[in-house]
Design a protein around this ligand. Structure first.
Ligand code: UDP
Length: 324
């Protein structure tokens, strides 16, 4: 089977490419290398069954050509990370909304099954823990940039489900919770790669806000396994699924663990949100997935815990430092 992966050179896209090639499938990776990086897939270029095509998901002719050549589509291309969303709000909204519209139209035209990756951000500031797929999405005001990302992704979900409802286009929606693993960069705000590089440099670990906010971190290998299983299961079509890990940790506890793992030299420094992002920035206090739906359908259960995730990131960054 030949799969199109939009955002195939990104952090998650490159792991998904590897997984599919490893099981004997072919991959066409479409990426504009805006947040995706060539080095993520450099090892795959030249391998039989892999092809990289440069371009944006907002280019209809290019996307049509790619969709036509493949049997199914994983749509991962998106603006990523809270920092980017805050710094480039127009590009964020355009890439998310226009890109998904273009991909869905092409899939509708050629009747290709498509998995749309969404985000736990769509639950917004809901305080009903854990978040289940049928729960309300609680958005903040339109003058707070963070919510643009959540609303744009929610609109993608509405559009995909509308295609399913109107013409039975096979769509699956995967709401990804915080995902971590090798190749993720801290450039767009992601806390674990940032803490690990700060710890290895012996510089302060920057905890935003009070640090009492919590997150649940999943290893990218669990996430890509679930994406493949959802794509292959016809009962997933027309449905939304949380994917992640439900082991909850506060950002302060995370900082303590990273500090201990990286030699204990770093201080822990709290930074007000207004300084870290923009004035009026709103963070989610807790974000925990209810995983019962995906467990029921595909028997999903995270296999790697936070210790293993941290060990992997530490190993990757230490090796990079040693080779520089
Ligand atoms: N965070 C932090 N220090 C950093 C980067 C992030 O304390 O250097 C916090 C951030 O405010 C959030 C959590 O860590 O509460 C997770 O941030 P990330 O950007 O990884 O993902 P998010 O959950 O915001 O999508």
């Amino acid at each position: 089977m030949r799969y199109l992966i939009t955002g195939g050179s990104g952090f998650i896209g490159s792991h998904l490419s590897e997984r599919l090639l490893g099981q004997g499938d072919e991959v066409l990776a479409l990426d504009d290398l805006s947040t995706g990086r060539y080095e993520n897939i450099a090892g795959l270029e030249g391998q039989p069954g892999f092809e990289l095509r440069l371009g944006s998901v907002t280019e209809p002719a290019l996307v049509e050509e790619c969709v036509k050549e493949c049997q199914a589509v994983f749509h991962l291309a998106s603006a990523v990370g809270v920092r980017l969303v805050v710094e480039q709000p127009v590009k964020t909204i355009e890439t998310i909304v226009n890109g998904t519209d273009v991909v869905l139209r092409a899939c509708a035209r050629y009747r290709r099954p498509v998995l749309i990756t969404s985000t736990s951000e769509v639950y917004g500031k809901s305080e009903k823990i854990p978040f289940a797929e049928g729960d309300d999405c609680v958005m903040g005001p339109t003058n707070t940039r963070r919510w643009a990302y959540a609303c744009a992704k929610a609109l993608d979900e509405f559009l995909a489900l509308a295609h399913w409802n109107e013409s039975r286009l096979p769509v699956v929606i995967a709401r990804l919770f915080n995902t971590v693993g090798p190749r993720q960069t801290g450039r767009y705000g992601m806390v674990i790669p940032r803490f690990v590089s700060q710890g290895l440099a012996g510089s302060p670990l920057t905890v935003y806000g009070t640090g009492h906010q919590t997150r649940c971190f999943a290893h990218v290998s669990d996430i890509v396994g679930a994406l493949v299983a959802l794509m292959q299961n016809p009962a997933a079509r027309g449905e939304v699924f949380n994917i992640g890990n439900d082991e909850e940790v506060s950002i302060l506890q995370l900082a303590d663990r990273v500090r201990a793992l990286t030699g204990g030299k770093s201080a822990i420094q709290t930074v007000p949100y207004g300084e870290a992002y923009t004035a009026g920035f709103e963070d989610m206090y807790r974000r925990v997935p209810d995983l019962s739906k995906i467990k029921r359908l595909i028997g999903y259960r995270p296999t790697r815990n936070l210790d293993q995730i941290l060990a992997d990131i530490l190993d990757e960054q230490s090796r990079k430092l040693a080779s520089n």
